[in-house]
Structure formats: C-alpha cells, structure tokens
Design a protein around this ligand. Structure first.
Ligand SMILES: [Cu+2]
Length: 430
C-alpha cells in the first residue's frame, strides 16, 4: 500500500488515538503499570514452572463483533488470546502443566524443542486401538491435566500450540509464543554478538486468522464443516487494527492483552545505536506477507535457528517484505534511519504539505504537524488541532495480502499496526 497523505492521515489519527488511549489505560489499570504500554510482556516463573489452563472465552473485533475462542491462559489470570508469552533462558529446564477445562482432549506441542517429555514419558504421537492418530502428543482429557518438560534449546522464538485436532483447535486459538533467550545475553536474539538489540525494544508479532463460521459451529456444539472455512479476521497478537495500537492490558480488551504498537527512536551512533527486535510468528494456515513502510528489517533467526553458515558466516539478510509461512518464526532487527540527512538549515529537503481539505477529512482535528520532518512542528492553520504530539513519525506496517488488512472485508484493519518513531531527543509528553 502506498502512503498517500490521505492514508497517512487515517493511520496517524488512529495512532494518536492509541496514544491517548494508552495514557488513559495507564492511569486506570493496575497491571498496566507493571507492564510497558507496548513491547513484550513476558510470563516468567520460578524454576520456569508454568501453569496454563485451556479454556474458552470471547475476543472482540474492531467492527463490533465478538468471537468465541479457545486458548491457553495463565492459570492465575484466565482466558486470553494469544496464550501467554513464555520467556525462558536457553539451557534451563522448563515445566508446563496444562489444565484442560475444554469439553474435549487437548495438548501442547513445542515445535523446535527436543527431548520434550509428557507425563514423564517421551512426547510422542498417540493412536487409538484402530491405529488412527488421535493426537501428536500426550493430551489431557477434559477436567484432567498433563505435564510437559524440556530443556530450552537454541535461542530464538517459537510457537507453542495444540497437537490435538490441530486444524480445529489451532484455528480456535490454541497458540502462544515461547521466547528462548541466550544464556547471559538477554539482549541478543541468538548467541551471536551481531544479534544484539535494545532490550527495552523487544516486540512479538504473533500473526493469526479467524474463520468465524468455525467458531460459531464449535460454540453451538455442531460439527465443523471444513468447506465453510473462510478467514474474515486477521490479527497481530490476537488483535486487529486499530485495536493493535492500544496499550498492553488495555481495560477495554480484557481478553486480548498484547499491544502491537512499535515505539522507537531514530538510529544514532552515540545515543541510540541498538536496533529493536521484532519476533514474527505465524499461527495461521496461509502465508502472511508482512512489511513495515519506510524500513527494511534484518532477518537473523528463522524457526529459532541463527542464519549462519557452517563456519559461523553471517547469513542474515535485509528484507522489506517478510513472507512468514504457516508455523514459521522469523526474528528480525529493525531500526529507523534518517536516510536523507535532513537539516532545517543545511539540508531543508522540500516537503509537500497536504491540502487543507485532506487535513480536514475526518473533522476539525488533524494529525499533521505542518512539517514533513521528524521533531519539527510548524504553525498550524486556524481551527486545526494537532494530534501529533511532538513531530513524531508514524509508519504503517501491515500484511500486503490486502484482504488480510481488513476487518471482515472492510479496509483498513486486520493485520496492521503502526511503528511510531519519536524525535531523537524523545517526546516530552511520552
Ligand atoms: Cu504497504
């Protein structure tokens, strides 16, 4: 999608709205004070012993719909979509106890981890007496529990998801992210020094899709008709645009706690040398071709493995459009650079100010700061109120399969968010 002034206006209005909503949520919600408003809220546990409960619940979509889901919740907090982001360190022993409150058996598989045990035995596919596969791993019957253990493997990002009736249960929402950090280097994406990032700028983008007819059938206790599968909602971290911009633990999204707003500052060799980390995961059934506008990203891990040769040659690569395949994870480094070296005196690159009718598109408020350049706000026209706080940039980031950038067909929405870049010296109000 090109960034016409009109498109930029729409998305930036949403971004400014999200900023205001973030401030409101921080003022009212106790758990938001503990978590950053954007970025990765990790679930950690003493001895890495996690307790998850498989349960049902509802999520909301920006068009006012509400969808029946199944998911994994932290047993103390309850249902959420996606499941909690579990953060552990490579080489540590991890225990996950799964309590099943669903009406049918369910389980967890940990793709990319080796030596997984379930109930004390090696994790392995399960068959009925007739030899048909019933589950890819030992499952918990309704009302029962099962314990999985493994030693956290190669640093990187992994899906965890249901291994039972996979097509249905994963579509119903049975997925989450597992982040494995390098021992001693929580600020690296892998064991390589060149994967170092700004530890305060660590983001998870768990991509998924919802086919509402499947959810309605399960809610009504009816058989799922595979031919009725048609994805209508596309999510980042269980939310669709513009909900993706709301802060972590926003009170109005009680079962969808994770933001997808990226909030960074420009690269600066002295004051901001480290890139942000973004961890892409695809829990859906089709490719999600995702890109942020304005910047390439450097892919350093794929499926929890570093991109390097047999002699540790660096095989990471810069990419504009990341085609994230089903079940795949990509860990990337991302920074934003002032490519044109703008300077208000020495290099005042011309910029085109949108005409006033475009700025007025959605009422008397506008995002535009009357300057095309980071950190500068010019005088605003009469009767114009700026939602741009301090001359910050907003870059849209979205799936380039444009039906995935909709809410039930209505553009723009779906698998879309915003990267916010504050001026080098920060934003006084944020
Ligand atoms: Cu685009």
């Amino acid at each position: 999608m090109s960034t016409t002034p009109r498109a930029r206006l729409r998305l930036a209005l949403s971004a400014a709205l999200a900023t205001a909503m973030a401030a409101a949520a921080l003022a009212t919600l106790p758990q938001a004070e503990a978590a950053p408003s954007s970025g990765l809220p990790c679930d950690t546990a003493p001895d890495n012993a996690f307790s998850l409960t498989a349960s049902d619940g509802y999520v909301s979509t920006p068009d006012g719909n509400s969808i029946y889901m199944w998911s994994y919740g932290n047993s103390k907090r309850g249902f959420q979509l996606p499941g909690p982001t579990l953060c552990v360190t490579s080489g540590q022993q991890v225990t996950v106890v799964l309590h099943n409150t669903l009406p049918e058996a369910t389980s967890i598989i940990f793709p990319g981890q080796s030596g997984v045990r379930a109930g004390g035995s090696p994790a392995q596919p399960q068959f009925d007496s007739g030899g048909s596969l019933t589950s890819m791993v030992q499952a918990a019957a309704p009302g029962k529990q099962v314990t999985y253990t493994f030693t956290a493997g190669s640093p990187g990002t992994y899906l965890y998801e249901s291994g039972t009736d996979v097509d249905k249960q994963v579509q119903m929402g049975m997925y989450g992210a597992l982040v494995v950090r390098p021992a001693g280097h929580p600020d690296q994406l892998n064991n390589r020094v060149d994967s170092t990032f700004n530890a305060d700028k660590d983001y998870v983008f768990l991509l998924s899709e919802i086919a509402p007819d499947v959810h309605l059938a399960v809610e009504r206790g009816q058989a799922v008709d595979p031919s009725s599968y048609r994805a209508r909602y596309f999510m980042i971290n269980g939310r669709s645009m513009p909900d993706t911009l709301a802060p972590n633990f926003a009170s109005w999204l009680p079962t969808q706690p994770y933001s997808a707003l990226v909030h960074i500052k420009p690269y600066d060799a002295a004051t901001n040398p480290r890139p942000a980390a973004i961890r892409y995961l695809n829990a859906g059934s089709v490719n999600f071709p995702f890109h942020p506008h304005g910047s390439d990203e450097r892919v350093v891990n794929r499926d929890g493995r570093p991109l390097e040769g047999p002699d540790h040659q660096d095989l990471s690569y810069l990419k504009y459009l990341l085609d994230v395949g089903p079940g795949q994870t990509l860990d990337v480094l991302m920074d934003w650079r002032d490519a044109e070296s703008w300077d208000p005196v020495d290099n005042p690159i011309p910029t085109q100010i949108p005409v006033i009718t475009d700025q007025d598109l959605v009422g008397p408020d506008t995002w535009f700061s009357e300057s095309g350049y980071l950190g500068v706000k010019n005088e605003l026209p009469t009767n114009i109120t700026s939602n741009n706080e301090c001359g910050e940039y907003y870059h849209i980031a979205h799936s380039h399969a444009l039906e995935q950038a909709t809410n039930y067909g209505a553009a723009f929405g779906g698998m879309m968010t915003v990267f916010r870049i504050d001026p080098p010296n920060g934003c006084p109000t944020n």
